[in-house]
Design a binder for this molecule. Structure first.
Ligand code: T4K
Length: 401
């Protein structure tokens, strides 16, 4: 049998270079050089420099929020917020997120209580969260995933009814809006990541947003042991300062955001059109929002309908240099440091367990165009059509258990 799959035929991969999931949109070289030269000429590299201040102002305008506190990365931003909100005891958090979300709680001596997700949107299941609230819970840390968002109104109502705090890990949600209100001003604070793989990139970086003056003042003091602005009493300080180089890259990325978003949308639409006709594959569409960054092509696979398991498909694609990946795997409740009671916790997270097994990301970003998306989808369609023979080959050659 002649096969069109590199894994089986041994021919050259469809793509000469690997196509990873998180693809950097980097500024044009001359702009980059000019920005770095400015820093060099000013002799000012960090500690709330002019570019960080400019970035905070521009972000506050773009996100329509009162305070923006730029930080080294989102992980430290999440740790700072947990401290600034003076949380105690337990915090409800989805297990289906990057491990940094729950780690931030651990660093603050808080206990994460893992909550299930809604399988359709993969956002936190609010009914499940309600059942987890007890006397020791001081907050809900919800995660706005995949350029979509949680039902922030229902979450706020739940938090208010129980007298607890609500805040958001919005690492994936820059540029997202609910009924034209940007993600940034919901809950008591929100945290964004500007990691290289995010839609707004500083290489490394992030910011905390809030409309609460007191929380903002505390955050500015926690950010740096020799903080900026009026000193307010805080329990601990740290070094979460953003450097001028990070701010320079983020400012260029912010300028480019409209074109990046439009490009992402074109790629997302191409995936949507081409995947819609393949049985057993579903592309997640941002549902709860009026604007999305379209940074993520998140799919689920139904193995019986498609004919192959998720990991079999990923192996086929990897051989073609398409580095599709499982992203959050396993769920945080099964990750090192949180897995002490994994089976018992898993029993109340059936949707998280299921989504961890069937969800994956396809590449989307600067390094591919619509014709590449069509090629990727054609390979997936062929995998589905020839699934029985591929399965047989994989079982015989021990390619995938
Ligand atoms: N909350 C959520 C929901 C998050 O997803 C994250 C981070 C956080 C909080 C914490 O945010 P930060 O503290 O990181 O700001 C990545 C990122 O490190 C992390 O930012 C991200 N989420 C997480 C889900 O994934 P890796 O290990 O997968 O990324 P990495 O560096 O291997 O990059 C993936 C691919 O992207 C590479 O194979 C190639 C491409 N890439 C990467 C970099 C760094 C480039 O093309 N250029 C690059 O410079 O962790």
């Amino acid at each position: 049998m002649s096969y069109d799959f590199r894994l089986i035929s041994g021919r050259a991969p469809t793509f000469a270079e690997p196509l990873p999931v998180g693809q950097l949109y980097f500024p044009q070289w001359p702009r980059y050089v000019a920005a770095m030269r400015g820093i060099f000429d000013r002799h000012y590299y960090t500690n709330h420099g002019p570019l960080v201040q400019k970035l905070e102002e521009e972000l506050a305008r773009f996100l329509k929020v009162k305070h923006v506190i730029c930080v080294t990365n989102a992980t430290i931003g999440l740790m700072m917020v947990a401290d600034a909100l003076r949380l105690t005891g337990k915090v409800i958090v989805p297990s289906y997120t990057f491990v940094a979300t729950a780690q931030s709680l651990k660093w603050c001596g808080l206990t994460p209580v893992f909550c299930d997700i809604d399988p359709e949107s993969q956002q936190i299941d609010i009914d499940a969260a309600a059942l987890l609230i007890d006397q020791e819970v001081s907050a809900i840390l919800a995660v706005n995933l995949w350029g979509d968002a949680c039902d922030t109104g229902a979450l706020q109502a739940l938090a208010d009814a129980n007298g607890i705090s609500l805040y958001f890990d919005s690492a994936h949600a820059f540029g997202v809006a609910i009924e034209n209100v940007p993600i940034a001003g919901f809950g008591r604070a929100e945290v964004f990541s500007f990691h290289a793989t995010k839609v707004l990139s500083a290489g490394e970086g992030g910011c905390v947003t809030t409309n609460d003056d007191n929380v903002a003042a505390r955050l500015r003091n926690i950010r740096s042991s020799y903080g900026a602005g009026p000193t307010v009493p805080v329990v601990k300080t740290s070094n979460g300062r953003m450097s001028e180089a990070q701010a320079a890259i983020a400012l260029m990325s912010l300028d480019d955001y409209p074109s990046i978003q439009a490009r992402n949308k074109a790629l997302f639409d191409a995936y949507s059109q081409n995947l819609a006709v393949i049985p057993g594959i579903r592309l997640l569409h941002p549902k709860n929002v009026s604007a999305s960054n379209y940074q993520y092509a998140t799919c689920t696979i139904e193995p019986v309908e498609f004919g192959l398991a998720r990991d079999q498909l990923l192996q086929l694609l990897e051989a073609e240099n398409i580095l599709a990946r499982r992203y959050f795997y396993p769920g945080t409740h099964r990750s090192a440091g949180f897995d002490g009671n994994a089976e018992a916790v898993a029993a109340r997270l059936p949707m998280t367990e299921r989504i961890c097994d069937i969800s994956f990301q396809l590449p989307l970003g600067a390094r591919l165009d619509v014709s590449d998306v069509e090629k990727i989808c054609a390979l997936i369609a062929r995998a589905q059509r020839e699934a029985p023979q591929i399965s047989q080959f994989m079982a015989r050659d021990g390619v995938c258990e």
